[in-house]
Design a protein around this ligand. Structure first.
Ligand code: SF4
Length: 106
């Protein structure tokens, strides 16, 4: 009896976690491109206010720190443009850079 109560409690906790995760993640889904339909976001402009605030450029000053080797870059290897978690509705240049650059761990 004690064991079944623990299992019941764990099931309730799992269901609660899934529900809360869906609530937290749902607003972000509308920001993601629809890959199934081949949808992509437009390129980020260097004159975009947030891009300017973060010093974004399409071409980095150094090869050691570019979007393609940034931990926040989400593009595919070899693509000229890719998604970035800092600019969710735009594509950044793989050769670009901004002040939010962090080393990729992967
Ligand atoms: S955080 Fe900056 S450096 Fe990193 S991928 Fe995005 S735009 Fe490029």
């Amino acid at each position: 009896m004690y064991q079944s109560r623990i299992e019941e409690f764990e099931e309730e906790n799992t269901a609660r976690r899934v529900f809360l995760s869906a609530l937290v993640l749902a607003p972000f889904e509308v920001m993601l491109p629809d890959k199934a339909s081949g949808g992509e976001f437009p390129p980020l402009s260097e004159s975009d206010p947030m891009a300017k605030a973060l010093g974004y450029t399409h071409i980095s000053d150094t090869k050691e720190k570019t979007c393609v080797n940034c931990g926040l870059y989400q593009g595919e290897t070899g693509d000229e443009w890719g998604r970035c978690s800092i600019f969710p509705n735009k594509m950044v240049n793989a050769s670009g850079w901004c002040k939010s650059w962090i080393a990729s761990t992967g």
